[in-house]
Design a binder for this molecule. Structure first.
Ligand code: GLA
Length: 679
C-alpha cells in the first residue's frame, strides 16, 4: 500500500462539526507518526522502530509501556515534510528502559523550518516521559532530533511515543532523508609524468632497519634516485624503496627523483634519525572494519596486493595492519580460531589462519609496504583472544622477530586485571571493562609497560594506544612512547558516529605533534561491515567530509574497507594527493574549529610553509550558500592564493581586507581550501 493510501486509511480522531446548515465538514484529522515511513531516519545503527524499540521490543519509558510511537537511537534525526498542513505535534518522549549501560542520557529537540521549537532538556534513564506539544501553523519542514545528553554515548535507545499531528484537513506527510545520494568524482586523474607523493619527512631510530618507499604516480617503468642519502642507506632504482640503517642520530636533507618516458620529478625528503618515529600520521589499512573476526593471512596478503594493484601505494599508503583474531580464542565455536594461547615456553601462539607470521611480514615488506598487528594489555583481547598480560616482553620480542612495524594495543580486558577478576578465563567476565581506565595511575601503567618493551626492540614499531580516550590519553600518550592514541569509542559507518567523533576532537588538538597523533578511529569509506561488508552507509558528501576532516585532524589514516572492492568513488576519496598532503604536513598541527556559522563549522590547520588549510564543514541538512568575509577569525590577513584541494584548482587571489568568498557547501559536505600567502 502506498504511503498516501496508508495515511489516508488510518485517519483517526475526526472532529466532525455540524455547521448551521447541517452539512458535515471535516475540519481536522490526526496523523500518527508511526504511520509515516520511518526508515528515512538517520540514527546510530539498527532499524528505526515503528511501534517498537530499535531492538524490536515494546516501547517502555520509566516502567510504562506504550503501544504507539517511534523507537530510535540517540543520536537520530527524522525529517518530515508538512507543507504547512499541520497545526500541532504532540508526543511523550523519554529514554527506553531496555538499555541500561553507560548512564543513558539524551535530549529531544523539535525543529520547524530550521528554528528550534521545543526541547525536552536532558533526560536520563528512569525519568518519566515528558510531554512535547508544539504548535506548527505554517511549518513546512519538521525535524525530530535526539542528541546525546552528555554521557558521550550515541546509542542510547530513545522513544517518541503517542506521537501525532493534528491537521486542518486531509493531509499526507512524507518523511525524507535530506542528504543527496549523488556520487561525484572530484579528484583529477594523476598525470602520466612522474609526481612524488610521499611525505616530506621521515623519522628513524639509530640502528633500526630503514624502509621508506618513494611513492610516485606516473607511467611505469620509472627510475628512482636519491641525492644526499646518508651513509648506510641505498635506494632501489626500480622500486624506489630506500633501505639500510643509520648508525648515528642526525638530520639529512635528501633530494628524491623519479623519471619516466614522460619526464622527471624531484622532491625533498628530510630524514631525521633520532628518538622519534611516525613524524607524519601513519597511513595504511586495518582489517577490523571490514573483516573483524574473519581475518586470515590470505585476506591480509590480498589486501596488501590490492594496495599495490589499486595504485594506493603510489599515494603514500603504507601499513597493512592485522587487527584482532590472529591469536587463538580458547572458546571460539570456530575451529580455525580455537587453541591454546601460548606454548610451553609462554610464546604467543597464532591461530591456524596465521601459520607463518614471519613469512607474512616478509611478503608485505617485499611489496614495499609495512605490516602491523594487534594485542591487549589484558589477558585477552576484545574478541576474547590471547592478550599480552604477563607476557609483554616476550610478545614485543615476537613481534620484532617476525618483522612487524606497528602494534595496536587495546585496553579491553585490562579492567578485569584491576578488578582482580580471574585473568585466565575470558568466558567468566566480559572482555570490555572500562574499570581503572579512568584513574590515571591504573590507566597509564599497562601502556607504559609495553611501550618500554617496544623501545627495546631492534626495529622501529609504531605504537598505537587504544583505550578509547580514557583519562585524557592525549596528555600522557607520549610519555608511554605512544605514537598515536584513540580519542573515541569505535566508529561506525553512520553519519551520527562520524559527526559526533568529529565534534569531539578539538579538546585533544593541542597535543598533536610529529610522532604523536590523536586517532579518531579508522576510515569508514568503501565496503565496510565488520565481517559483513556492505557499501558504506555514509552518503557521498559525508564521505568527502569524513576524509577532509581526518586529514585536517592529522589523524592516522587507516582504510577500513575490503581492498578488493575499491570502486572509483572510493579511490577518488583516497588518492587525492593534495588532501593527503594536508594530513601529512611536517608541522604536525591539528586543525580546530575557529568559527561556527549556524551548522557550518570552519576548521583551520596551520601548515609548515606558512599556508593554512581551511575546511568549511557543513553539519546541517541544508546547503550553506554564503558570502564569506570573516577571514581574520581564521587567522588570515593579507593577500592569498585560494586553492580548492579536492579539485586541485586555484580559485582566486584574495585580499582578506576587501575580498569575499562565495561558498556553496553541500549538506553534510565540505569545501576544502588552502590559503597560501602571496609573497
Ligand atoms: C575494540 C577496538 C576496535 C577493534 C576491536 C577488536 O573494539 O576499539 O578498533 O580493535 O576491539 O576486537
Amino acid at each position: 500500500m502506498s504511503i498516501t493510501k496508508r495515511i489516508k486509511s488510518v485517519i483517526s480522531g475526526l472532529i466532525i462539526l455540524f455547521s448551521a446548515f447541517g452539512i458535515q465538514t471535516i475540519t481536522a484529522q490526526t496523523v500518527w507518526l508511526d504511520q509515516l515511513d520511518l526508515s528515512t531516519a538517520t540514527q546510530g545503527y539498527g532499524t528505526p522502530g515503528s511501534n517498537k524499540t530499535v531492538d524490536g521490543k515494546p516501547l517502555t519509558i520509566a516502567g510504562k509501556t506504550y503501544e504507539r510511537g517511534f523507537g530510535s537511537h540517540s543520536e537520530s534525526s527524522l525529517t518530515i515534510l508538512l507543507e504547512g498542513k499541520a497545526t500541532l505535534f504532540t508526543a511523550q518522549v523519554g529514554i527506553d528502559d531496555e538499555v541500561k549501560g553507560q548512564r543513558p542520557a539524551a535530549e529531544f529537540v523539535v525543529y520547524g523550518d530550521n528554528q528550534k521549537l521545543w526541547s525536552s532538556g536532558v533526560m536520563r534513564l528512569g525519568d518519566t516521559a515528558r510531554t512535547c506539544s508544539v504548535k506548527l501553523n505554517g511549518v513546512r519542514k519538521l525535524e525530530l532530533v535526539v542528541i546525546d545528553g552528555g554521557n558521550g554515548n550515541y546509542y542510547d535507545h530513545v522513544d517518541w511515543v503517542d506521537a501525532k499531528f493534528e491537521t486542518t484537513g486531509v493531509a499526507t506527510f512524507k518523511t525524507f532523508n535530506p542528504i543527496s545520494n549523488e556520487q561525484y568524482i572530484l579528484t583529477p586523474k594523476p598525470s602520466a609524468s612522474p609526481k612524488i607523493n610521499s611525505a616530506k619527512v621521515f623519522g628513524v631510530r639509530p640502528g633500526s632497519p630503514f624502509q621508506f618507499l618513494v611513492a610516485a604516480t606516473g607511467d611505469r617503468p620509472m627510475i628512482f634516485s636519491a641525492r644526499g642519502l646518508p651513509k648506510g642507506l641505498k635506494i632501489n632504482k626500480k622500486t624506489g624503496v630506500i633501505t639500510g640503517s643509520l648508525s648515528k642520530a642526525g638530520t639529512f636533507e635528501v633530494t628524491l627523483a623519479a623519471k619516466n618516458a614522460k619526464g622527471k620529478a624531484e622532491k625533498k625528503l628530510r630524514i631525521v634519525c633520532g628518538d622519534r618515529i611516525s613524524l607524519t600520521p601513519p597511513m595504511g589499512w586495518n582489517s577490523w572494519n571490514c573483516f573483524a573476526n574473519e581475518v586470515s593471512a590470505d585476506k591480509v596478503k590480498r589486501a596488501a596486493d590490492a594496495m599495490v594493484k589499486s595504485g594506493l601505494i603510489n599515494h603514500g599508503w603504507t601499513y597493512v595492519n592485522i587487527d584482532d583474531f590472529w591469536e587463538n580464542n580458547r572458546d571460539s565455536k570456530d575451529e580455525s580460531l580455537r587453541g591454546e594461547f601460548r606454548d610451553v615456553d609462554g610464546n604467543i601462539v597464532t591461530n591456524s589462519r596465521f601459520v607463518d607470521m614471519k613469512g607474512l611480514a616478509d611478503y608485505v615488506h617485499d611489496l614495499g609496504l609495512k605490516i602491523g598487528l594487534y594485542s591487549s594489555p589484558g589477558p585477552w583481547t576484545c574478541g576474547g583472544c590471547a592478550g599480552s598480560y604477563g607476557y609483554e616482553k616476550q610478545d614485543a620480542e615476537s613481534y620484532a622477530k617476525w618483522g612487524f612495524d606497528y602494534l595496536k594495543y587495546d585496553w579491553c580486558s585490562y579492567g578485569n586485571v584491576i578488578n582482580g577478576l580471574p585473568n585466565n578465563d575470558p568466558s567468566k567476565v566480559s572482555s570490555l571493562s572500562y574499570n581503572g581506565g579512568n584513574e590515571l595511575n591504573t590507566a597509564i601503567k599497562p601502556f607504559k609497560v609495553m611501550g618500554e618493551y617496544l623501545r627495546q626492540q631492534p626495529r622501529d614499531i609504531v605504537y598505537s594506544v587504544c583505550q578509547y580516550g580514557m583519562s585524557d590519553v592525549w596528555k600522557w600518550g607520549d610519555s608511554v612512547n605512544g605514537n598515536c592514541w584513540r580519542t573515541t569509542n569505535d566508529i561506525t559507518d553512520t553519519w551520527v558516529s562520524v559527526k559526533n567523533i568529529a565534534l569531539d576532537q578539538d579538546k585533544s588538538a593541542p597535543y598533536a605533534k610529529p610522532g604523536n597523533w590523536n586517532d579518531p578511529d579508522m576510515l569508514v569509506v568503501g565496503h565496510v561491515g565488520w565481517g559483513n561488508p556492505h557499501p558504506s552507509k555514509l552518503k557521498p558528501d559525508e564521505q568527502y567530509l569524513h576524509i577532509s576532516l581526518w586529514s585536517l585532524f592529522s589523524a592516522p589514516l587507516l582504510i577500513g574497507c575490503d581492498m578488493e572492492k575499491l570502486d572509483d568513488f572510493t579511490l577518488n576519496l583516497l588518492t587525492n594527493d593534495e588532501v593527503i598532503e594536508i594530513n601529512q604536513d611536517p608541522l604536525g598541527k591539528q586543525a580546530t574549529c575557529l568559527q561556527t556559522i549556524g551548522e557550518l563549522r570552519i576548521y583551520v590547520k596551520e601548515l609548515e610553509d606558512g599556508s593554512r588549510a581551511v575546511g568549511f564543514c557543513n553539519f546541517g541538512i541544508d546547503r550553506a550558500d554564503i558570502s564569506y568575509k570573516d577571514f581574520e577569525k581564521l587567522g588570515l590577513n593579507g593577500q592569498f592564493v585560494v586553492r580548492d584541494l579536492w579539485r586541485q584548482k586555484d580559485l582566486s587571489n584574495l585580499a582578506t581586507e576587501s575580498g569575499e568568498l562565495k561558498l556553496n557547501v553541500p549538506a553534510h559536505g565540505v569545501v576544502l581550501y588552502k590559503f597560501t600567502p602571496v609573497k
